[in-house]
Ligand binder design. Sequence first.
Ligand code: G3D
Length: 201
Amino acid sequence: MYTLLSGLYKYMFRRDEYCILILGLDNAGKTTFLEQTKTRFSRNYKGMSFSKITTTVGLNIGTIDVGKARLMFWDLGGQEELQSLWDKYYAESHGVIYVIDSTDEERLSESKRAFEKMVTSDALEGVPILVLANKQDVETCLSIPDIKTAFSDCINKIGKRDCLTQACSALTGKGVNEGIEWMVKCVVRNIHRPPRQKDIK
Ligand code: G3D
């Protein structure tokens, strides 16, 4: 009887787990976005003061539950020497959140190069990508059309996967819920699709 009840309990409260990578250049706002996400989606999470967050070196992790989905975030360092480690995580990921600093026009082409390299990786084929145009709270920031124009020659490399460009401020939280809810919808839908080529052993 105990086994039956505990099996039923486990079935009812079971959550499917999804690994989501948070990528982008250093200083784009990845860690701030992760903290904001945990603060908004975890009931008892107190969060650290946003002013105490320092740029990602190595790896930050975080987990949130949204409905029956459990998202496990891996926030990877964006410095040039750390970008070479990104692809070690691709095979395990169900979704990618790519963060762009909309206030840093000077590094936009560097960000585009990193995005292009990531998006053309075979290991990420079909994986949904949420592009966050971050720091939209800054008055002088680049607009979504400006960023789309700068990234326009990547569009045909995105292929048929789900991709959304979302205006966001990781600092104020604007656009964070919309982005996360979109990602949850995509990864849950994908799990019911036939497996990706790389998953077939
Ligand atoms: P990273 O993890 O991608 O390296 P961080 O980036 O999250 O460490 O953020 C880098 C800096 O950008 C931080 O400022 C942080 O407060 C700021 N930042 C992140 N998101 C936003 C945003 O949406 N709006 C604004 N205005 N600033 C943001 P400091 O001064 O600590 O370097």
